[in-house]
Design a protein. Structure first.
Length: 511
Protein backbone atom coordinates (compact mmCIF):
# COMPACT_ATOMS: atom_id res chain seq x y z
CA UNK A 1 0.00 0.00 0.00
CA UNK A 2 2.86 2.38 0.80
CA UNK A 3 4.31 1.65 -2.62
CA UNK A 4 0.95 2.45 -4.16
CA UNK A 5 0.69 5.76 -2.29
CA UNK A 6 4.21 6.73 -3.32
CA UNK A 7 3.47 5.79 -6.88
CA UNK A 8 0.18 7.70 -6.88
CA UNK A 9 1.85 10.80 -5.43
CA UNK A 10 4.49 10.76 -8.17
CA UNK A 11 1.87 10.02 -10.80
CA UNK A 12 -0.34 12.92 -9.71
CA UNK A 13 2.66 15.25 -9.90
CA UNK A 14 3.33 13.99 -13.41
CA UNK A 15 -0.33 14.45 -14.27
CA UNK A 16 -0.25 18.04 -12.99
CA UNK A 17 2.87 18.74 -15.05
CA UNK A 18 1.33 17.11 -18.11
CA UNK A 19 -1.93 19.02 -17.71
CA UNK A 20 -0.07 22.29 -17.25
CA UNK A 21 2.00 21.64 -20.36
CA UNK A 22 -1.12 20.74 -22.36
CA UNK A 23 -2.98 23.84 -21.20
CA UNK A 24 0.07 26.05 -21.67
CA UNK A 25 0.40 24.85 -25.25
CA UNK A 26 -3.32 25.55 -25.82
CA UNK A 27 -2.98 29.06 -24.45
CA UNK A 28 0.17 29.62 -26.44
CA UNK A 29 -1.67 28.77 -29.64
CA UNK A 30 -4.41 31.24 -28.74
CA UNK A 31 -1.71 33.81 -27.99
CA UNK A 32 -0.04 33.17 -31.33
CA UNK A 33 -3.33 33.73 -33.16
CA UNK A 34 -3.92 36.98 -31.27
CA UNK A 35 -0.34 38.01 -31.99
CA UNK A 36 -0.80 37.37 -35.72
CA UNK A 37 -4.11 39.25 -35.76
CA UNK A 38 -2.57 42.19 -33.89
CA UNK A 39 0.41 42.29 -36.26
CA UNK A 40 -1.96 42.40 -39.24
CA UNK A 41 -4.00 45.08 -37.49
CA UNK A 42 -1.00 47.33 -36.77
CA UNK A 43 0.74 46.59 -40.10
CA UNK A 44 -2.19 47.98 -42.10
CA UNK A 45 -1.41 51.69 -41.48
CA UNK A 46 2.26 51.17 -42.35
CA UNK A 47 1.41 49.53 -45.68
CA UNK A 48 -1.23 52.10 -46.59
CA UNK A 49 1.02 55.06 -45.78
CA UNK A 50 3.93 53.51 -47.67
CA UNK A 51 1.64 53.24 -50.69
CA UNK A 52 0.55 56.89 -50.35
CA UNK A 53 4.16 58.03 -49.95
CA UNK A 54 5.25 56.13 -53.08
CA UNK A 55 2.19 57.46 -54.92
CA UNK A 56 3.24 61.03 -54.04
CA UNK A 57 6.90 60.44 -54.96
CA UNK A 58 5.79 59.33 -58.44
CA UNK A 59 4.12 62.76 -58.86
CA UNK A 60 0.65 61.20 -58.93
CA UNK A 61 -0.54 64.17 -56.87
CA UNK A 62 -0.08 67.05 -59.35
CA UNK A 63 0.83 69.56 -56.63
CA UNK A 64 2.64 67.24 -54.22
CA UNK A 65 -0.30 67.12 -51.76
CA UNK A 66 -0.83 70.87 -51.59
CA UNK A 67 -4.46 72.03 -51.08
CA UNK A 68 -5.26 71.77 -54.81
CA UNK A 69 -4.82 67.99 -54.42
CA UNK A 70 -7.32 67.75 -51.58
CA UNK A 71 -10.09 66.05 -53.55
CA UNK A 72 -7.69 63.59 -55.20
CA UNK A 73 -6.55 62.56 -51.74
CA UNK A 74 -10.16 62.30 -50.56
CA UNK A 75 -11.02 59.93 -53.39
CA UNK A 76 -7.89 57.82 -53.04
CA UNK A 77 -8.24 57.70 -49.27
CA UNK A 78 -11.88 56.63 -49.52
CA UNK A 79 -10.85 53.81 -51.87
CA UNK A 80 -8.15 52.62 -49.46
CA UNK A 81 -10.59 52.77 -46.56
CA UNK A 82 -12.86 50.31 -48.36
CA UNK A 83 -10.33 47.59 -47.48
CA UNK A 84 -9.31 49.22 -44.16
CA UNK A 85 -12.49 50.74 -42.69
CA UNK A 86 -11.06 51.05 -39.17
CA UNK A 87 -8.43 53.58 -40.26
CA UNK A 88 -8.55 57.35 -40.39
CA UNK A 89 -6.18 58.56 -43.14
CA UNK A 90 -4.81 62.07 -43.38
CA UNK A 91 -1.86 64.28 -44.22
CA UNK A 92 -0.56 67.39 -42.50
CA UNK A 93 1.98 69.83 -43.93
CA UNK A 94 4.48 72.28 -42.50
CA UNK A 95 2.38 75.12 -43.88
CA UNK A 96 -0.53 74.03 -41.68
CA UNK A 97 -2.62 72.37 -44.40
CA UNK A 98 -4.52 69.23 -43.38
CA UNK A 99 -6.81 66.82 -45.23
CA UNK A 100 -8.18 63.39 -44.37
CA UNK A 101 -11.14 61.06 -44.34
CA UNK A 102 -12.58 58.10 -42.46
CA UNK A 103 -15.37 55.53 -42.31
CA UNK A 104 -17.76 54.72 -39.45
CA UNK A 105 -18.72 57.54 -39.25
CA UNK A 106 -18.11 58.60 -42.85
CA UNK A 107 -16.80 62.11 -43.43
CA UNK A 108 -13.79 64.12 -44.59
CA UNK A 109 -11.97 67.04 -42.99
CA UNK A 110 -9.77 69.85 -44.25
CA UNK A 111 -7.77 72.86 -43.04
CA UNK A 112 -6.40 75.58 -45.28
CA UNK A 113 -2.66 76.34 -44.96
CA UNK A 114 -1.55 79.28 -42.83
CA UNK A 115 -1.06 80.39 -39.26
CA UNK A 116 -3.81 81.06 -36.77
CA UNK A 117 -3.31 83.74 -34.14
CA UNK A 118 -3.76 86.68 -36.51
CA UNK A 119 -4.76 89.87 -34.69
CA UNK A 120 -8.10 91.40 -35.46
CA UNK A 121 -6.76 94.89 -34.69
CA UNK A 122 -4.04 94.60 -37.37
CA UNK A 123 -5.43 95.87 -40.70
CA UNK A 124 -2.54 94.37 -42.69
CA UNK A 125 -3.14 90.90 -41.28
CA UNK A 126 -6.90 91.21 -41.60
CA UNK A 127 -6.70 92.09 -45.29
CA UNK A 128 -5.21 88.66 -45.87
CA UNK A 129 -7.00 86.67 -43.17
CA UNK A 130 -10.56 88.06 -43.31
CA UNK A 131 -11.64 85.11 -45.48
CA UNK A 132 -10.62 82.71 -42.70
CA UNK A 133 -12.20 84.75 -39.90
CA UNK A 134 -15.55 84.63 -41.71
CA UNK A 135 -15.57 80.90 -42.55
CA UNK A 136 -16.65 79.38 -39.23
CA UNK A 137 -20.19 78.17 -38.48
CA UNK A 138 -22.25 77.27 -35.42
CA UNK A 139 -24.31 74.09 -34.98
CA UNK A 140 -27.15 75.59 -37.06
CA UNK A 141 -24.86 76.56 -39.94
CA UNK A 142 -24.89 80.27 -39.13
CA UNK A 143 -21.68 82.17 -39.85
CA UNK A 144 -19.69 83.09 -36.73
CA UNK A 145 -16.21 84.62 -36.37
CA UNK A 146 -13.29 82.19 -35.93
CA UNK A 147 -12.00 83.58 -32.63
CA UNK A 148 -9.37 81.96 -30.43
CA UNK A 149 -10.42 81.62 -26.80
CA UNK A 150 -8.33 81.88 -23.61
CA UNK A 151 -5.93 78.96 -23.27
CA UNK A 152 -6.13 77.95 -26.96
CA UNK A 153 -2.93 77.47 -28.96
CA UNK A 154 -1.64 78.68 -32.31
CA UNK A 155 1.56 78.53 -34.38
CA UNK A 156 3.83 81.57 -34.72
CA UNK A 157 6.47 81.50 -37.47
CA UNK A 158 10.16 82.18 -36.92
CA UNK A 159 11.65 84.13 -39.85
CA UNK A 160 8.30 83.99 -41.60
CA UNK A 161 8.58 80.17 -41.77
CA UNK A 162 11.04 80.46 -44.66
CA UNK A 163 14.56 79.97 -43.27
CA UNK A 164 15.82 76.39 -43.00
CA UNK A 165 17.66 74.69 -40.14
CA UNK A 166 18.86 71.14 -39.78
CA UNK A 167 16.05 68.96 -38.47
CA UNK A 168 16.55 67.78 -34.86
CA UNK A 169 17.07 64.06 -35.65
CA UNK A 170 20.51 62.49 -35.12
CA UNK A 171 21.35 62.05 -38.82
CA UNK A 172 20.55 65.66 -39.65
CA UNK A 173 22.57 66.98 -36.71
CA UNK A 174 25.75 65.22 -37.83
CA UNK A 175 28.55 67.53 -39.06
CA UNK A 176 29.16 66.13 -42.55
CA UNK A 177 32.10 68.47 -43.17
CA UNK A 178 34.05 66.51 -40.55
CA UNK A 179 33.68 63.28 -42.54
CA UNK A 180 36.93 62.75 -44.44
CA UNK A 181 36.03 60.19 -47.14
CA UNK A 182 34.10 61.76 -50.00
CA UNK A 183 31.77 58.79 -50.40
CA UNK A 184 30.84 58.77 -46.71
CA UNK A 185 30.49 62.56 -46.69
CA UNK A 186 28.08 62.37 -49.61
CA UNK A 187 26.01 59.74 -47.80
CA UNK A 188 26.00 61.91 -44.67
CA UNK A 189 24.72 64.90 -46.64
CA UNK A 190 22.02 62.83 -48.33
CA UNK A 191 20.74 61.78 -44.88
CA UNK A 192 20.47 65.38 -43.72
CA UNK A 193 16.94 66.81 -43.60
CA UNK A 194 16.05 70.47 -43.33
CA UNK A 195 13.17 72.00 -41.37
CA UNK A 196 11.49 75.37 -41.00
CA UNK A 197 11.06 76.78 -37.49
CA UNK A 198 8.06 78.02 -35.53
CA UNK A 199 6.82 78.09 -31.96
CA UNK A 200 3.53 77.28 -30.27
CA UNK A 201 1.85 80.18 -28.50
CA UNK A 202 -1.10 80.17 -26.11
CA UNK A 203 -3.80 82.82 -25.72
CA UNK A 204 -3.47 84.40 -22.24
CA UNK A 205 -6.28 83.88 -19.77
CA UNK A 206 -6.55 87.64 -19.17
CA UNK A 207 -9.50 89.44 -20.78
CA UNK A 208 -7.48 92.44 -21.97
CA UNK A 209 -5.38 90.52 -24.54
CA UNK A 210 -5.93 91.45 -28.23
CA UNK A 211 -8.48 89.28 -30.03
CA UNK A 212 -6.99 86.73 -32.39
CA UNK A 213 -8.53 84.56 -35.07
CA UNK A 214 -7.89 81.05 -36.35
CA UNK A 215 -8.06 79.10 -39.60
CA UNK A 216 -10.95 76.65 -39.24
CA UNK A 217 -10.77 72.89 -39.37
CA UNK A 218 -13.88 71.78 -41.28
CA UNK A 219 -15.76 68.47 -41.37
CA UNK A 220 -17.47 67.53 -44.65
CA UNK A 221 -20.26 65.25 -45.81
CA UNK A 222 -19.00 63.07 -48.66
CA UNK A 223 -20.60 61.10 -51.47
CA UNK A 224 -19.97 57.50 -52.54
CA UNK A 225 -16.84 58.64 -54.42
CA UNK A 226 -15.31 60.23 -51.33
CA UNK A 227 -15.90 63.82 -52.49
CA UNK A 228 -17.56 66.61 -50.45
CA UNK A 229 -21.26 67.00 -51.19
CA UNK A 230 -24.30 68.89 -49.98
CA UNK A 231 -26.63 67.67 -52.72
CA UNK A 232 -29.73 66.05 -51.15
CA UNK A 233 -29.64 62.28 -51.35
CA UNK A 234 -25.88 62.02 -51.98
CA UNK A 235 -24.42 61.98 -48.48
CA UNK A 236 -22.82 58.68 -47.41
CA UNK A 237 -24.37 59.19 -43.99
CA UNK A 238 -22.63 58.83 -40.65
CA UNK A 239 -22.15 55.10 -40.42
CA UNK A 240 -25.27 54.28 -42.49
CA UNK A 241 -25.39 51.91 -45.46
CA UNK A 242 -27.68 54.12 -47.53
CA UNK A 243 -27.39 57.66 -48.83
CA UNK A 244 -29.04 60.67 -47.25
CA UNK A 245 -28.91 64.43 -46.84
CA UNK A 246 -26.13 66.55 -45.37
CA UNK A 247 -27.11 68.39 -42.18
CA UNK A 248 -25.35 70.72 -39.78
CA UNK A 249 -24.65 69.63 -36.20
CA UNK A 250 -28.22 70.35 -35.14
CA UNK A 251 -29.32 67.44 -37.35
CA UNK A 252 -32.07 69.59 -38.86
CA UNK A 253 -30.57 72.38 -40.96
CA UNK A 254 -29.50 71.24 -44.47
CA UNK A 255 -25.97 72.24 -45.49
CA UNK A 256 -25.88 74.76 -48.32
CA UNK A 257 -22.55 76.57 -48.24
CA UNK A 258 -21.13 78.68 -51.04
CA UNK A 259 -18.33 80.72 -49.48
CA UNK A 260 -16.37 82.74 -52.04
CA UNK A 261 -12.72 83.65 -51.58
CA UNK A 262 -9.18 83.23 -52.85
CA UNK A 263 -8.58 80.11 -50.81
CA UNK A 264 -5.54 77.91 -51.43
CA UNK A 265 -7.89 75.10 -52.45
CA UNK A 266 -8.99 77.25 -55.42
CA UNK A 267 -5.49 77.14 -56.90
CA UNK A 268 -3.67 80.08 -55.35
CA UNK A 269 -2.42 83.25 -57.03
CA UNK A 270 -5.62 85.11 -56.25
CA UNK A 271 -7.97 82.61 -57.92
CA UNK A 272 -11.43 82.83 -56.37
CA UNK A 273 -13.85 79.91 -56.00
CA UNK A 274 -16.98 79.21 -53.97
CA UNK A 275 -16.70 75.47 -53.29
CA UNK A 276 -13.93 75.30 -50.67
CA UNK A 277 -16.51 74.68 -47.92
CA UNK A 278 -19.15 72.90 -49.99
CA UNK A 279 -20.53 70.12 -47.76
CA UNK A 280 -18.82 71.50 -44.65
CA UNK A 281 -21.22 70.80 -41.79
CA UNK A 282 -19.17 71.85 -38.74
CA UNK A 283 -15.91 73.62 -37.92
CA UNK A 284 -13.47 74.14 -35.07
CA UNK A 285 -9.91 75.13 -34.17
CA UNK A 286 -7.16 72.61 -34.93
CA UNK A 287 -3.59 72.89 -36.17
CA UNK A 288 -1.74 69.58 -36.71
CA UNK A 289 1.68 71.10 -36.06
CA UNK A 290 1.26 71.23 -32.29
CA UNK A 291 -0.21 67.75 -31.99
CA UNK A 292 2.01 65.09 -30.31
CA UNK A 293 2.18 62.70 -33.31
CA UNK A 294 3.34 65.53 -35.61
CA UNK A 295 5.92 66.88 -33.16
CA UNK A 296 7.40 63.40 -32.57
CA UNK A 297 7.68 62.69 -36.31
CA UNK A 298 9.38 66.03 -36.99
CA UNK A 299 11.71 65.41 -34.06
CA UNK A 300 12.77 61.88 -35.05
CA UNK A 301 12.27 61.85 -38.85
CA UNK A 302 11.28 58.17 -38.92
CA UNK A 303 7.99 56.26 -39.20
CA UNK A 304 6.61 55.76 -35.70
CA UNK A 305 3.65 54.91 -33.50
CA UNK A 306 2.56 57.49 -30.97
CA UNK A 307 1.74 56.71 -27.40
CA UNK A 308 -2.03 56.73 -26.76
CA UNK A 309 -3.32 60.30 -26.42
CA UNK A 310 -6.56 62.28 -26.56
CA UNK A 311 -7.79 62.89 -30.10
CA UNK A 312 -9.40 66.11 -31.28
CA UNK A 313 -12.74 64.26 -30.89
CA UNK A 314 -11.88 63.52 -27.19
CA UNK A 315 -11.46 59.79 -27.88
CA UNK A 316 -8.17 58.14 -26.90
CA UNK A 317 -6.13 56.45 -29.61
CA UNK A 318 -2.78 55.95 -31.31
CA UNK A 319 -1.36 57.40 -34.53
CA UNK A 320 1.06 55.89 -37.02
CA UNK A 321 3.04 58.62 -38.80
CA UNK A 322 5.40 58.71 -41.75
CA UNK A 323 7.47 61.81 -42.70
CA UNK A 324 7.35 63.11 -46.28
CA UNK A 325 9.90 65.29 -48.08
CA UNK A 326 10.55 67.48 -51.08
CA UNK A 327 13.83 68.43 -52.79
CA UNK A 328 14.59 72.14 -53.21
CA UNK A 329 16.60 73.82 -55.97
CA UNK A 330 19.85 73.31 -54.05
CA UNK A 331 19.21 69.59 -53.72
CA UNK A 332 18.38 69.75 -50.01
CA UNK A 333 15.89 67.27 -48.55
CA UNK A 334 13.14 69.40 -46.99
CA UNK A 335 10.79 67.99 -44.36
CA UNK A 336 7.38 68.77 -45.89
CA UNK A 337 4.97 67.15 -43.47
CA UNK A 338 3.45 63.89 -42.28
CA UNK A 339 1.24 61.13 -43.66
CA UNK A 340 -0.66 59.59 -40.78
CA UNK A 341 -3.34 57.13 -39.72
CA UNK A 342 -5.32 56.87 -36.50
CA UNK A 343 -6.65 53.94 -34.51
CA UNK A 344 -8.93 54.68 -31.57
CA UNK A 345 -8.78 52.42 -28.53
CA UNK A 346 -12.51 51.87 -29.12
CA UNK A 347 -11.55 50.43 -32.50
CA UNK A 348 -8.99 48.06 -30.99
CA UNK A 349 -11.58 46.89 -28.45
CA UNK A 350 -14.06 46.25 -31.28
CA UNK A 351 -11.35 44.34 -33.14
CA UNK A 352 -10.87 42.02 -30.14
CA UNK A 353 -14.59 41.72 -29.43
CA UNK A 354 -15.36 40.81 -33.05
CA UNK A 355 -12.73 38.06 -33.02
CA UNK A 356 -13.68 36.58 -29.63
CA UNK A 357 -17.39 37.30 -29.40
CA UNK A 358 -19.18 34.30 -27.90
CA UNK A 359 -15.92 32.71 -26.72
CA UNK A 360 -15.00 31.88 -23.12
CA UNK A 361 -11.52 33.17 -23.89
CA UNK A 362 -10.72 36.68 -22.61
CA UNK A 363 -7.98 38.61 -24.38
CA UNK A 364 -6.69 41.84 -22.82
CA UNK A 365 -3.93 44.14 -24.09
CA UNK A 366 -1.98 46.23 -21.59
CA UNK A 367 0.94 48.65 -21.96
CA UNK A 368 4.23 47.23 -20.69
CA UNK A 369 5.34 50.56 -19.25
CA UNK A 370 4.13 51.70 -15.85
CA UNK A 371 1.43 52.35 -14.81
CA UNK A 372 0.31 49.61 -17.25
CA UNK A 373 -2.55 51.40 -18.95
CA UNK A 374 -5.22 49.19 -20.47
CA UNK A 375 -5.32 49.29 -24.28
CA UNK A 376 -8.43 47.15 -24.83
CA UNK A 377 -10.10 43.86 -23.98
CA UNK A 378 -12.33 41.36 -25.77
CA UNK A 379 -14.85 42.00 -22.97
CA UNK A 380 -15.43 45.45 -24.49
CA UNK A 381 -13.22 47.41 -22.10
CA UNK A 382 -11.62 50.26 -24.07
CA UNK A 383 -9.09 51.43 -21.49
CA UNK A 384 -10.75 54.86 -21.42
CA UNK A 385 -13.34 56.43 -19.16
CA UNK A 386 -15.22 59.60 -20.04
CA UNK A 387 -15.16 62.08 -17.16
CA UNK A 388 -16.08 65.71 -16.59
CA UNK A 389 -13.31 68.12 -17.55
CA UNK A 390 -13.87 70.22 -14.42
CA UNK A 391 -13.84 67.17 -12.11
CA UNK A 392 -12.09 64.02 -13.36
CA UNK A 393 -13.49 62.00 -10.44
CA UNK A 394 -17.04 62.30 -11.83
CA UNK A 395 -18.23 60.28 -14.83
CA UNK A 396 -19.49 62.03 -17.92
CA UNK A 397 -23.32 62.14 -18.00
CA UNK A 398 -24.97 60.25 -20.83
CA UNK A 399 -26.66 63.40 -22.14
CA UNK A 400 -23.44 65.45 -22.28
CA UNK A 401 -22.91 67.91 -25.11
CA UNK A 402 -19.35 66.72 -25.79
CA UNK A 403 -17.63 69.90 -24.60
CA UNK A 404 -17.89 69.13 -20.88
CA UNK A 405 -16.18 65.75 -20.99
CA UNK A 406 -12.81 64.23 -21.74
CA UNK A 407 -11.33 60.75 -21.91
CA UNK A 408 -8.89 59.54 -19.26
CA UNK A 409 -6.85 56.37 -19.48
CA UNK A 410 -7.24 53.52 -17.00
CA UNK A 411 -4.30 51.71 -15.34
CA UNK A 412 -4.90 47.97 -15.05
CA UNK A 413 -4.86 48.30 -11.25
CA UNK A 414 -7.90 50.62 -11.40
CA UNK A 415 -10.22 48.17 -13.15
CA UNK A 416 -12.87 47.54 -10.49
CA UNK A 417 -16.31 48.48 -11.79
CA UNK A 418 -17.56 44.88 -12.00
CA UNK A 419 -16.46 41.29 -11.31
CA UNK A 420 -14.98 40.87 -14.80
CA UNK A 421 -12.85 44.02 -14.50
CA UNK A 422 -11.65 42.87 -11.06
CA UNK A 423 -10.78 39.44 -12.47
CA UNK A 424 -8.75 40.92 -15.34
CA UNK A 425 -6.94 43.31 -13.00
CA UNK A 426 -6.14 40.62 -10.42
CA UNK A 427 -4.94 38.18 -13.08
CA UNK A 428 -2.61 40.71 -14.74
CA UNK A 429 -1.15 41.89 -11.43
CA UNK A 430 -0.58 38.25 -10.40
CA UNK A 431 1.17 37.58 -13.71
CA UNK A 432 3.29 40.70 -13.24
CA UNK A 433 4.22 39.72 -9.69
CA UNK A 434 5.47 36.39 -11.03
CA UNK A 435 7.40 38.19 -13.82
CA UNK A 436 5.15 36.88 -16.61
CA UNK A 437 6.37 33.25 -16.68
CA UNK A 438 6.68 31.79 -20.17
CA UNK A 439 6.42 28.08 -19.43
CA UNK A 440 3.59 27.94 -16.92
CA UNK A 441 0.02 29.08 -16.48
CA UNK A 442 -1.09 31.30 -13.62
CA UNK A 443 -4.47 30.32 -12.13
CA UNK A 444 -6.73 32.86 -10.44
CA UNK A 445 -9.80 31.82 -8.45
CA UNK A 446 -13.02 33.86 -8.49
CA UNK A 447 -15.62 33.61 -5.72
CA UNK A 448 -18.61 35.77 -6.54
CA UNK A 449 -22.39 35.47 -6.51
CA UNK A 450 -22.43 35.74 -10.31
CA UNK A 451 -19.44 33.51 -10.97
CA UNK A 452 -17.34 30.95 -9.13
CA UNK A 453 -14.42 29.29 -10.81
CA UNK A 454 -10.79 29.40 -11.88
CA UNK A 455 -9.21 31.15 -14.86
CA UNK A 456 -5.83 30.01 -16.19
CA UNK A 457 -3.77 32.80 -17.79
CA UNK A 458 -0.82 33.18 -20.09
CA UNK A 459 0.88 36.33 -21.50
CA UNK A 460 2.89 37.22 -24.60
CA UNK A 461 4.81 40.41 -25.34
CA UNK A 462 4.04 42.41 -28.49
CA UNK A 463 6.31 45.05 -30.04
CA UNK A 464 6.26 46.72 -33.46
CA UNK A 465 9.26 47.18 -35.73
CA UNK A 466 8.75 50.93 -35.43
CA UNK A 467 9.19 52.64 -32.07
CA UNK A 468 6.22 53.37 -29.88
CA UNK A 469 4.35 50.11 -29.22
CA UNK A 470 5.30 47.78 -26.38
CA UNK A 471 2.26 45.88 -25.17
CA UNK A 472 1.52 42.66 -23.31
CA UNK A 473 -1.26 40.34 -24.47
CA UNK A 474 -2.96 38.37 -21.70
CA UNK A 475 -5.09 35.33 -22.57
CA UNK A 476 -7.46 33.94 -19.93
CA UNK A 477 -9.40 30.66 -20.18
CA UNK A 478 -11.88 29.24 -17.64
CA UNK A 479 -11.04 25.92 -15.99
CA UNK A 480 -14.23 23.96 -15.07
CA UNK A 481 -14.44 23.11 -11.36
CA UNK A 482 -17.10 21.88 -8.94
CA UNK A 483 -17.95 23.66 -5.73
CA UNK A 484 -15.29 21.69 -3.89
CA UNK A 485 -12.66 22.67 -6.50
CA UNK A 486 -12.56 19.17 -8.02
CA UNK A 487 -12.15 18.90 -11.76
CA UNK A 488 -15.43 18.37 -13.57
CA UNK A 489 -16.16 15.33 -15.77
CA UNK A 490 -15.92 16.23 -19.43
CA UNK A 491 -12.87 18.43 -18.95
CA UNK A 492 -9.66 17.11 -20.56
CA UNK A 493 -7.97 17.21 -17.19
CA UNK A 494 -10.61 14.88 -15.75
CA UNK A 495 -10.14 12.34 -18.55
CA UNK A 496 -6.37 12.44 -18.18
CA UNK A 497 -6.67 12.01 -14.43
CA UNK A 498 -8.96 8.92 -14.75
CA UNK A 499 -6.72 7.30 -17.35
CA UNK A 500 -3.53 7.86 -15.38
CA UNK A 501 -4.90 6.71 -12.03
CA UNK A 502 -6.32 3.55 -13.64
CA UNK A 503 -2.93 2.78 -15.14
CA UNK A 504 -1.31 3.33 -11.75
CA UNK A 505 -3.73 0.98 -10.02
CA UNK A 506 -3.02 -1.81 -12.56
CA UNK A 507 0.71 -1.39 -12.11
CA UNK A 508 0.26 -1.51 -8.35
CA UNK A 509 -1.68 -4.79 -8.60
CA UNK A 510 0.98 -6.26 -10.87
CA UNK A 511 3.59 -5.45 -8.24
Amino acid sequence: MLLYHNYLTILLLLIATSVMATKSEFNYEIGKRVLDLLRDYTDAPSKVLEFLSNYREKNAFPHGLEPQDRDIFFQLGDTLLTANPRLLLFYALENGAFAGNQRSPTFAHYREPGESGYRLDDPVQMEKMRKHLDSCIDENGHQIPCLLGPGESYIECIDNCTSLQRCPDEDSQQDCSAVERAEERSLCESNTKWCISYTTKTIPLSDDSPKRGYIPFTFYCIDINGLPTQTPGENAELGADGLGNCYHDDGITPVNRQVSGDYAYCGGEGIICNNTFLGGFTSGNYDPRYRPWYIATKQNQVPNWSEPYEFYTHNIGITFSRPIYSIDEEGKTIFTGVLASDYSLDGIASFLTNNYDGSDTIVTIVEEAEPNYVIASSTGITGVRKVLIEDNSKPCPEDNDGDRCMGVRIPISDLNEDIMEQLISTTYLTQKEKNFPVSELIPVRVDHDDFRGVYASHTIGFETKETGISWRIMIMCPVPVQDDDTIMPGDSMFQLLITSVSAGFILCVLQ
